[in-house]
Write a new protein. Structure first.
Length: 461
């Protein structure tokens, strides 16, 4: 068994083997991708949140570029993360849902047997791409694309280092925010502070400490790095060490706890940014911040009440598991101090399949992989981008559904009927205008005929 200090020390020692001489300013930038879990579009101050304070995320946006029309890869966790990692949308990706319709490997979720798909060795990941581009790669926190395959960890999918939890190793599964075990570079380690049901080391703080430990080993490295930091916050269950600055609010307890969960995650973002500045790494590092999907409103009335109290989806329609914008439009920010003319905001539509080609352009490796996305790096550098391209999603949990974005237009196909919304005048998707635009509807229907390939794990019903 090991304690908190020993965990951090072990990580620093392990990572230090990769530290070399001082890197030159102006080389290909380091990349950090920070992701929250179930954080709504409206949960962040710069996206309209009035009750929860997110000063560090807000500052990233004020100093960087805030995207107003950026989307996750799916309305739930696993396929959304798979979309980032492979550059493919859910019409082509291996993972298209949290659980499969048919096939996949079985495992236990609570008392139930669940079948899941996982990233396979044939999936060329963003980690593989960055390694091939000469980057050192690391991931801390949530993975959630291993299904129940013990050979589908980040270490087998393009990451040199990994510290976090895995679905296929129950001892590490973060079903609470106080895990008593951690998977660190191929070994299961005990988190001594959380053994015997103790609450001594909060999951978010573990992730933050691991990220900072990694960054300390990279400060003097001539090799650029790519780091993913995947927080659990503010995914259910609602749990925090304390309610922090919200403990004296005249709110229901659940609301104070949820706000504190966002607060802890925001503080962690601030710690990472502060270290980048203090260490000098910020001069050649680009940081991205995102959420994996919209805010959760199920399965209990508790979570719906929380989302409604904070207006977590902002002006948008729907929540997690919806293909309306409330389920897939997310806060997305790029912070790059070395880019002097970055736009403050961008309304160019984008989504998670764009991440892989964006990182490829940043790293200087723009061939040798397939993608459904397009690089947004020109947007971050102040250039114009093509807003009139199709973005595509499909989802199976509520029956086969499809969605697409084309410029200012959004199509949602449910029950074999295509709904059409003009997001420029109707961000809440309240008025179906399909009947008034038959030519556009036909264009979208024609696109949907070629937008996807069949999956062995999910069936169109």
């Amino acid at each position: 068994m090991i304690n908190r200090s020993l965990i951090i020390a072990a990580i620093i020692i392990f990572f230090s083997a990769f530290a070399f001489a001082q890197r030159k300013i102006g080389e290909r930038p380091n990349i950090i991708f920070i992701m929250a879990d179930d954080l709504g579009y409206g949960d962040v101050g710069v996206y309209g949140q009035k009750l929860i304070l997110t000063p560090n995320i807000d500052q990233l946006a004020k100093e960087g570029t805030r995207f107003t029309d950026f989307y996750a890869g799916a309305p739930v966790c696993s396929p959304s993360r798979g979309s980032i990692l492979t550059g493919l949308n859910t019409g082509h990706a291996t993972i298209r849902g949290n659980a499969t319709d048919q096939g996949g490997l079985p495992g236990k979720k609570g008392k139930n047997v669940v079948y899941r798909a996982n990233l396979t060795k044939n999936d060329y990941t963003i980690g593989n791409l960055m390694q091939d581009a000469g980057y050192h790669t690391a991931l801390v926190g949530k993975w959630h694309v291993d299904g129940y395959d013990s050979l589908a960890t980040p270490l087998q999918r393009g990451f040199d280092q990994f510290s976090g939890w895995l679905v296929n190793i129950p001892a590490t599964y973060a079903s609470t925010y106080w895990p008593d075990h951690r998977y660190v570079n191929g070994k299961i380690q005990t988190v001594e502070a959380n053994t015997n049901a103790r609450k001594g080391y909060y999951e978010t703080n573990i992730c933050t400490d691991e990220a900072l430990a990694y960054l300390k080993t990279q400060k003097d490295n001539t090799k650029p790095f790519f780091l993913m930091v995947n927080f659990n916050n503010p995914h259910s269950p609602l749990d925090v060490p304390d309610q922090a600055i919200y403990k004296n609010k005249n709110w229901p307890e659940d609301m104070k706890t949820y706000a504190a969960m966002v607060y802890y995650m925001d503080q962690s973002v601030g710690k990472i940014k502060d270290y980048l500045i203090k260490s000098g790494l910020s001069t050649n590092t680009i940081v991205f911040f995102a959420s994996d999907n919209g805010p959760r409103s199920e399965p209990t009335s508790q979570l719906k009440a929380v989302s409604e109290f904070f207006d977590s989806n902002g002006q948008l329609k729907g929540y997690k598991r919806d293909l309306y914008d409330g389920g897939i439009r997310i806060p997305f920010i790029a912070w790059a101090p070395f880019i002097k003319n970055a736009p403050k905001t961008s309304s160019v539509p984008g989504y998670f399949p764009d991440i892989m080609p964006t990182f490829a352009e940043i790293a200087g490796k723009t061939s040798g992989f397939k993608t459904d996305g397009a690089s947004i790096y020109p947007v971050i550098k102040g250039s114009k981008a093509n807003a009139d391209r199709f973005l595509y999603w499909e989802f199976f949990e509520l029956g086969f559904e499809q969605a697409l974005r084309y410029g200012q237009w959004k199509g949602v196909k449910r029950h074999h009927k295509l709904e059409l919304y003009d997001l420029k005048t109707d961000i809440g998707e309240t008025r179906d205008v399909a009947a008034a635009h038959p030519d556009l509807v036909k264009k979208m229907e024609d696109y949907l005929l070629t937008a996807r390939t069949d999956s062995p794990y999910w069936t169109v019903k």
